[in-house]
Design a protein. Structure first.
Length: 330
């Protein structure tokens, strides 16, 4: 697969490789890291591939806002797209469909052919994470799954271009954590293959379940506008930045510019958990990363993350991971 990219002056640049063709038949994980530098922008991409699945993620800094794209020799793939930061839009002239990308949102697409334009906000670094399934593998996964996912699969079997949700959905904490684990895993060989396979299926299940929930509760949506969503994301970021000494719900709502009801309901709607449930998940996952990546004493980790006592930290850690903190390092 190759991508022809045309800048604002009409100059053509080719981005692509033989990576796809070699990867689908390999028994283990193939990995490649590339840095691209063009007049219109710079990109650093990581590609992971194994039978039936292709993962790509990275950072892109754009110097030009408007580019033309053409996909060449593209295999038919089902794409789960997660925008981690930045924003943009793409217009596919093949079907007249516009695709919007905004930080902390996701969707699933089936686009067998693409020729069109992309517009990006050059003030922001664009970070993304994608999982691509071959159509054959995806149809196997979707068989006897959720109603909406099976309906989406039926369209794919007919060759119809489609996306799972009419509007992008907010990324949950579980999605962020799953992506973080994929991007930072240090496994090798067969264990890496099993780990990545399971995490990709987990992401698919999370995405499908969120869409089922959203489709069943569309009449009671709390965050109906982009402004409401931005306020909840601001509250989430502020909460993480002040994890050691978190604000009260009233203080956090005031900081975010919403009332306490909308803060609580919006958090549950967008992240499928409570405000402080999100914070607890974040702190415990941070603790696990610190235990695995350093020799910092458990007591110090507990204090850094704002736990009232080591015993409280130990109990919370054991409840989430099934083992006490000290066992993680053994």
């Amino acid at each position: 697969m190759a991508i022809n990219i045309y800048d604002e002056s009409g100059h053509r640049f080719v981005m692509g490789s033989e990576f796809y063709g070699d990867a689908w038949e390999q028994p283990l994980v193939m990995e490649r890291r590339n840095v691209f530098s063009y007049p219109f922008g710079d990109a650093e991409l990581v590609q992971l591939a194994f039978p039936g699945v292709y993962i790509v993620y990275g950072d892109i800094s754009m110097y030009q806002t408007h580019l033309r794209f053409e996909m060449v020799d593209e295999p038919e793939l089902v794409e789960m797209h997660f925008t981690l930061s930045g924003s943009g839009r793409m217009l596919n002239e093949v079907n007249g469909k516009e695709y919007l990308f905004k930080a902390n949102e996701h969707n699933m697409h089936f686009t067998p052919s693409f020729a069109g334009f992309g517009d990006y906000d050059c003030r922001e670094q664009y970070k993304f994470f994608e999982v691509h399934f071959t159509t054959r593998f995806f149809l196997e996964l979707a068989k006897d799954s959720s109603p909406k996912l099976m309906q989406f699969a039926e369209g794919i079997q007919k060759g119809d271009m489609a996306q799972l949700s009419g509007n992008n959905m907010p990324m949950s904490f579980a999605m962020h954590q799953c992506i973080h684990e994929i991007m930072n895993n240090q496994l090798t060989g067969g264990l890496k293959l099993l780990f990545l396979q399971s995490k990709c299926v987990e992401l698919l299940a999370l995405q499908a379940q969120m869409y089922e929930n959203s489709a069943g509760a569309s009449s009671s949506i709390i965050c109906k506008s982009d402004y409401d969503k931005d306020c909840i994301h601001f509250a989430k970021d502020y909460l993480i930045q002040h994890a050691q000494e978190p604000p009260s719900l009233i203080e956090l709502a005031k900081m975010a510019g919403v009332n306490e009801f909308k803060l609580k309901q919006g958090f549950r709607e967008m992240f499928n958990t409570t405000v402080f449930g999100y914070l607890s998940e974040y702190k415990l996952n941070q603790a696990r990363e610190m235990l695995l990546g350093s020799r910092t004493p458990i007591k110090e980790i507990s204090e850094q993350l704002g736990y009232s006592s080591v015993q409280h930290f130990n109990n919370a850690f054991r409840k989430k991971f099934g083992v006490p903190p000290g066992k993680v390092r053994k």
